[in-house]
Design a protein around this ligand. Structure first.
Ligand code: FAD
Length: 525
């Protein structure tokens, strides 16, 4: 076998997968048909859940230093300020990163590329996947090399992180079901002054569409995203100068443009691969799902596809788990993509639909509804969990086991384990529990009871135990997060709960690990 995992595509999804596999010691080959990293900013919003994953990868500080924290979104309609959607305040207590980090895709790719080099791995540029054939034990891939010659390579698994026009998807004959939208987007990185609330997202709704202003690094730097006005549709040569009057008309005549460093138009589609896997080949990121950029979810969803698959692929390639564990990738990520496409499609149609009535709805009602909704804390919290992707859960997965009668409002199997700050030593300080989780292992969190007296027979130091002490400060935090006492939570490496219950027993954990995760006991290795 030439490599355990051939990763096709070194965009954000492929880079995340390569990093996660490299830090777990898996042999990979990362190829990309381009000559080097993309210089376009493209995606701009990094969500809180992605930042939590960046923290585990050791790159969050660099991302935070380079990005701008968007703590809220301001909604304007026909030139008047209407409402503010708070993100910072609402997310406090949910995550260490209660904001959207505005950081271009090129910066994200650079940071992940640098981290990959720390693990001694590099990207093979100018190398294109052109053929795939599978048998029971391996995939034979044909690569076109920089000098134009072809090379055959044997890989145990192939990860298609090769974007919307995925060769892995096409060569696996997986349909990409969906359609293009009729609207054409424009995106411009500008230096501009105007009515925008600094350091926050500004949404300008108008009768025939919308303009989004994202704060970028540097004084008066804004990314503007919008749809082309009707008069300019159907033309291929629309420049930013041609778009400017409509932006001024809706976002304020006082807008003063000093520079535009990048401008592009693009047609978007909403499509989902009919399957995310064909035997030994997987689809992740844009290869598996594409949708409107409303909500800044695209890049983040690809990064989480990679985080979901990486720990499973690592355990399987290292012979620690049965290959059946990989079935859960598709079972867990297809519903996430389906929901994402539904919600972004609905939101997108609402903000772009043509017609007089839709225009009135957008400019007169939408902002008022948003303002009313955002005055309610429960709606604010719900919105934050959806946008930040901290609310993604896999409750229906075969890997998720909660006991009968488990309280409805308590965290349960499939959920991302909540962010807690607790005292973990009687004489110690309050600590961030996320910092204590090792995402290359399983963690057993034991609350209000002693840990199991017997060792759980898991292979290769795969289980860490964290005991939450009985303490008044801890009680208040556990009550806030609605964790029952006594209880236990077995966390998967990606921080989602696999198994939970009241009384912890070594036997129960061992059975879950063998039956659900397909982990082999130490003596089997
Ligand atoms: C103009 C523009 C603006 C956008 N704005 C936003 C935004 O504001 N918010 C948002 O969330 N998303 C946005 N997106 C979408 C976002 O860029 C994607 O979701 C993200 O790039 C997906 O990452 P990926 O790694 O899955 O795929 P990609 O970034 O497309 O990477 C795929 C890689 O695979 C390589 N490749 C393809 N075929 C092969 C092959 N056969 N062999 C080898 N390599 C191959 C390509 O060269 C490429 O480097 C935007 C996209 C565009 C085009």
């Amino acid at each position: 076998m030439d490599t355990d995992v051939l990763i096709v595509g070194a965009g954000p999804t492929g880079l995340m997968l390569a990093n996660q596999l490299a830090r777990r010691g898996v042999r990979t080959l990362l190829i990309d048909r381009h000559a080097g990293p993309s210089r376009e900013t493209r995606a701009l919003g990094v969500q809180a859940r992605t930042l939590e994953i960046y923290a585990k990868l050791g790159i969050v500080d660099r991302a935070l230093a380079l990005g701008t924290r968007g703590t809220g979104a301001n909604i304007w309609a026909e030139g008047r300020w209407m409402a503010r959607v708070p993100l910072g305040e609402t997310g406090r207590g949910v995550t260490p990163y209660p904001y959207i980090l505005i950081l271009g895709q090129d910066d994200n790719e650079r940071i992940m590329g640098d981290r990959l080099r720390d693990f001694g791995q590099s990207i093979q540029w100018n190398t294109e996947l052109v053929g795939l054939e599978q048998d029971a034990d391996r995939v034979a891939a044909t690569l076109k090399l920089p000098d134009g010659t072809a090379r055959q390579l044997a890989a145990a698994w192939v990860a298609g992180c090769d974007g919307a026009h995925s060769a892995v998807r096409e060569l696996s004959s997986i349909p990409f079901v969906g359609a293009p939208y009729e609207h054409v987007f424009f995106v411009a990185d500008t230096e501009v002054t105007g009515s925008m609330v600094p350091d926050q997202v500004n949404v300008y709704l108008w009768r025939q569409g919308f303009h989004l202003f994202f704060p970028m690094r540097g004084a008066n730097h804004w990314r503007i995203v919008g749809i082309l006005p009707p008069a300019l549709r159907g033309r291929d040569d629309v420049t930013f100068e041609a778009v400017m009057p409509s932006v001024r008309a809706e976002a304020g005549a006082e807008l003063s443009f000093k520079a535009c460093t990048w401008y592009s138009t693009y047609r978007i589609h909403h499509r989902r691969a009919a399957r995310f896997r064909d035997r030994r080949c997987f689809l992740l990121g844009d290869a598996a799902h594409i949708h409107s950029p409303v909500g800044a979810q695209g890049m983040n969803t690809g990064l989480q596809d990679a985080y979901n698959l990486a720990w499973k692929l690592a355990l399987v390639t290292q012979g620690r788990a049965d290959a059946a564990l990989l079935d859960s990738y598709e079972d867990e990520r297809v519903p996430v993509a389906r929901r994402l496409l539904d919600t972004t499609d609905r939101a997108f149609r609402l903000v772009v639909s043509d017609g007089w009535l839709a225009g009135v709805l957008r400019t007169k009602l939408l902002a008022r509804i948003a303002a009313f909704a955002m005055s309610r804390e429960s709606i604010q919290r719900f919105a934050f969990r959806v946008i930040s992707q901290t609310g993604i859960r896999y409750r229906a997965s075969a890997l998720s086991i909660s006991p009968e009668g488990w309280p409805d409002d308590a965290p349960r199997a499939g959920d991302r384990f909540p962010w807690l700050r607790l005292k973990l030593r009687a004489d110690g300080p309050v600590e961030d529990v996320f910092e204590r989780l090792d995402d290359t292992r399983l963690t057993l969190i034991v609350v209000g009871q002693p840990p199991p007296s017997e060792t759980v027979p898991l292979a290769g130091d795969l289980l860490r135990v964290l005991v939450i002490l009985a303490d008044r400060a801890n009680d208040a935090e556990l009550t806030r997060a609605r964790l029952p006492q006594p209880s236990f939570y077995l966390l998967r490496p990606d921080g989602h709960v696999g198994l939970c219950g009241a009384r912890v027993e070594a036997d129960l954990i061992a059975r879950y690990a063998a039956d659900r995760l397909g982990l082999r006991p130490a003596r089997a290795l």
